[in-house]
Design a binder for this molecule. Sequence first.
Ligand code: S3P
Length: 185
Amino acid sequence: MAAPRAEGAGAHVVLVGLPGVGKSTVGRAAAERSGVPFVDFDDEIERREGRSVARIFAELGEPRFRAAERALTAELRGAAPAVLAPGGGWIENGDVVGLLRPPARLVYLRASTATVLRRLGAATSARPLLSGPDPAGAIERLLERRRPAYESADVTLDTEILGIEKLIGAVVQLVTVRGVGYVIG
Ligand code: S3P
């Protein structure tokens, strides 16, 4: 008889957190090692719209981008288990979380705003919500507003304590073995 699967195994693992915390890097590597698909929302939306996220915001408006995020989320609802890396604002885009969880599990990649700013460096200019004159203030306000949503994730991984290999390993374990509520660290 086949061994019973851990609770939650076989469901999407969704990486959430501020821009610059490493959602795409960690997610892509973890998916590759686990042999499941990886979906980078920003990349997929750029492909569908035929322009960069910055240009979607500037030329079509943020509501159009958010609608594309919601549509992609709804499509993934019945798809084979994957690692998903939506943009940092996905979590506050209506009821997108409810479209996937349960059975999906959310993983919050945590970092302070100072760390995020340092990691992003000049890349803030490619993020429409951070490209104004005060990226530090903008990121602080985003975190203040989104923190409760991020902290409602099933698992939190502190990217200031865990190095990249540990982060990837933790996500691989969530994809392949462990169920909801497992505390890593
Ligand atoms: C956004 C984050 C970006 C991208 C868009 C909006 C946000 O993704 O989706 O610029 O609202 O925080 P990353 O978190 O991958 O930078």
